[in-house]
Design a protein around this ligand. Sequence first.
Ligand SMILES: [Zn+2]
Length: 66
Amino acid sequence: MFVQIDLGDIVRMRKKHPCGSYEWEVVRLGTDVGIVCLGCGRKVLLPRSTFNKRLKTIVKHANAQE
Ligand SMILES: [Zn+2]
């Protein structure tokens, strides 16, 4: 399944980070996807395919209209 993500989106992953947070902010898009943990601020780069596998849902779209 293809998932459309944009910079600034908040995403929820299937496995929680060691800090206890499931939610990450997308900070880089490309061959690798850069995400920052909202719990501890750790930045991680994942290959797009790995990111897609670990992604559970998009919590908030950065460009969503109210
Ligand atoms: Zn964390």
